[in-house]
Design a binder for this molecule. Structure first.
Ligand code: INI
Length: 154
């Protein structure tokens, strides 16, 4: 008999922390709105959601790590928007956030969800912040709920 384990798409009774970058706030505020709306539509009450603003995407990981280590949350959502400019800064920011979120997932029991847009243009970011390509914040919320429920079953 094959045993199959699947996470359900429900907020359950756990708490969700959302770490969101103020850099490119025009975009990240929409990711945040999408994430909160999605959590609420799946049963989360206001008391289950904590939002932490940080200056930029580079600052997401240290804060997300503290929140993960606290053991208070079912999942940590990391929301940011990195948009390529004229310099190599974009690459460095992308490296830091992808390594940072990966490290939390390897080292902590609490899942960290990568809800950071890494775009060549502002238009690409707008498309992923609630227009043509959906809302990456809502997608991060879906992944957070599924992972929280899945890990509770293992
Ligand atoms: N931070 C972002 O969130 N997105 C960006 O596109 C970005 N770029 O391109 O510079 C960015 N830089 C700031 C960075 O995250 C830090 O806040 C800053 O370097 C201070 O540590």
């Amino acid at each position: 008999m094959i045993q199959e384990i699947k996470g359900q798409l429900t907020a359950g009774s756990g708490k969700y922390a959302i770490v969101v970058s103020r850099f490119n706030e025009f975009i990240t505020s929409r990711l945040l709105g999408g994430a909160i709306d999605c959590l609420q539509r799946h049963g989360a009450k206001d008391e289950q959601i904590t939002v932490v603003w940080v200056p930029g995407t580079v600052e997401i990981t240290p804060v997300a790590r503290r929140l993960a280590d606290s053991g208070k949350y079912a999942a940590i959502l990391c929301l940011g928007a990195v948009i390529r400019g004229q310099t190599t800064h974009y690459d460095l920011v992308c490296q830091q956030i992808s390594r940072g979120v990966g490290q939390i997932n390897f080292e902590c029991k609490t899942p960290a969800i990568f809800g950071v847009l890494t775009c060549e243009t502002l238009e690409q970011a707008i498309e992923r912040a609630g227009t043509k390509q959906g809302n990456a914040g809502a997608a991060a919320a879906m992944a957070a709920m599924e992972m929280a429920d899945l890990l509770s079953r293992i």
